[in-house]
Design a protein around this ligand. Structure first.
Ligand code: ATP
Ligand code: MG
Length: 474
């Protein structure tokens, strides 16, 4: 016996043995202890239940036939109490039927009495192995989840998970990144996060808003200037590029970069070289560039307002942040995130939102995206008096789910225009998936495709291009 169980040494685990027969209990406990397990015993199911919370057994071995509460009832009590450890039942040979019932109710296995200790060691060993695998898989899943979550970026929607999934690689690389998305979708937050998780995290992270300054000033801000080159600024000045050496420069609203500066930025991206305004000396610095735009940059290229070569240089990695309305599953997670943030800043303890408030948050369109949601929650936290934020405490605009009318009026619009609007808006929300749109609208995929063909030649489609995250080799 000792030999058989010896194999189990080292695979330790906790086993709770429940049996009203003192001899059986003692023998089982001894055999299992010899096998390297840590064992507790209980003379009946009530005592067994009492031991579970503290001892936290990995496995329970229980007799089926016991006075008071029998093994089957004990098993049910464990399960209804939320305990899912394997339970192995022991039963007299004549009562295999009850053992089968126990299996149906979730027992892991049964052993017949008199007990064969070899069988006992095999069954317990197998269940422990299974448990370990299960736990390892759980741990792995938890680690993966951890990898895709970045402390400050909230997003459980498939679209955001795709973004978070590529973030570690994007952060590790030196490639330029172009982040696109409507205002308030989190472009700057993402740029900051990429920098924080990059090997240059200890270096500076600087920002320059390309739409905020007129050309000569922007030139000087970006590349710097020599003495006398910039009227009104007599001395020599270092630009952001130089100040960001060893770090990251975030160029916001890149679409607004004037043509002459586009040429010089292109040269910098290709050769890491530039000259200050009015300067002859060529400077070399190591700076990673992340650009953002809420204008469609391809469209700017098509219109001849943005250099195509610069576009490709910036767009080595493109991360498109979908509007909040296209990722409704993020709304509540973000709302809770902001609730905790602002409540703790205000020293308030708020548990969440009332059902009505949740409904309003979920049905509103959020044209200002995450920024608008953040402000709405901040507003509500200031007003909140109860344990939960009520609908009345949300800003006034949120209570009316904004139907994006796009020129549609009811009454007043033709059915075909209404249908067109509904189809295109739904496709936007499904990020171009006709299958999902068909499901939502209760239409056939073919009808939607047919309509799209019809709309194709019609002026200016509202259709949002499906988000793409792609990475070309450095
Ligand atoms: N996924 C997110 N998780 C947590 N906070 C977010 C998220 N996305 C955006 N935010 C918050 O929303 C606000 C707006 O985000 P951010 O400034 O990054 O947007 P933006 O796209 O740069 O907007 P704009 O185009 O107007 O400059 C910030 O306070 C940011 O921290
Ligand atoms: Mg921004």
């Amino acid at each position: 016996m000792a030999q058989v169980l010896h194999r189990l040494k080292g695979m330790k685990g906790r086993v709770l043995v429940v049996d009203d027969d003192a001899d059986a209990r003692g023998a089982l406990a001894e055999a299992l202890r010899e096998g390297g397990y840590s064992v507790e015993t209980a003379a009946d199911a009530f005592k067994g239940l009492g031991k579970v919370p503290d001892f936290a057994p990995d496995l329970v071995l229980t007799d089926l036939k016991m006075p008071g509460m029998d093994g089957l009832e004990f098993l049910r009590k464990l399960r209804s109490g939320g305990y899912d450890m394997p339970v192995v039942v022991t039963t007299a040979f004549a009562d295999v039927e009850t053992a089968v019932t126990a299996l149906k109710e979730g027992a892991a296995d049964y052993l017949t009495k008199p007990l064969d200790l070899t069988e006992l060691s095999l069954v317990v060993g197998r269940e422990m192995d299974r448990l370990r695998l299960h736990r390892e898989a759980g741990l792995l899943r938890a680690r993966l989840a951890e990898r895709y979550s970045f402390s400050n970026v909230v997003g459980s929607s498939p679209a955001m998970q795709n973004v978070l999934k590529v973030l570690p690689q994007v952060a590790a690389s030196k490639a330029s990144v172009l982040i696109t998305g409507e205002p308030g979708t989190g472009k700057e937050l993402l740029a900051t996060t990429i920098h924080q998780y990059s090997p240059r995290a200890k270096g500076p992270f600087l920002k320059l808003h390309c739409a905020a300054l007129a050309e000569p000033l922007l030139d000087s801000e970006l590349f710097g200037h020599e003495s006398g080159a910039l009227p009104g600024s007599p001395g020599r000045r270092e630009g952001r590029l130089q100040q960001a050496a060893g770090g990251t420069l975030f160029l916001d609203e890149i679409f607004a970069l004037p043509a002459a500066l586009q040429v010089r930025l292109l040269r910098f991206l290709q050769e890491h070289a530039f000259e200050r305004m009015g300067g002859e000396e060529t400077l070399h610095v190591d700076v990673r560039v992340i650009a953002a735009s809420n204008h469609n940059l391809r469209e700017e290229v098509a219109q001849g307002r943005f250099r195509e070569d610069l576009f490709y240089c910036l767009n080595v990695v493109n991360i498109d942040l979908p509007p909040l309305r296209a990722r409704p599953s993020d709304i509540l997670a973000l709302a809770m995130h902001f609730l905790h943030k602002y409540a703790s800043e205000d020293g308030k303890s708020l548990a969440g939102f009332s059902d009505e408030a949740l409904e309003e948050l979920a049905s509103y369109e959020w044209p200002g995206n995450v920024r608008e949601l953040e402000n709405a929650v901040a507003h509500a936290v200031v007003l909140a008096s109860g344990p939960r934020v009520t609908a009345a405490e949300l800003p006034p605009g949120v209570e009316t789910p904004a139907v994006r009318t796009a020129g549609i009026r009811i009454p007043g619009s033709k059915m075909e225009d209404i249908e067109r609007h509904v189809i295109l808006t739904t496709l936007e929300a499904t990020r171009g998936s006709t299958t999902k749109a068909a499901e939502i609208l209760g239409m056939s995929v073919r009808t939607i495709q047919y309509r799209l063909q019809q709309y194709h030649s019609a002026p200016k489609s509202e259709l949002h291009a499906p988000a793409v995250i792609f990475k070309r080799p450095d």
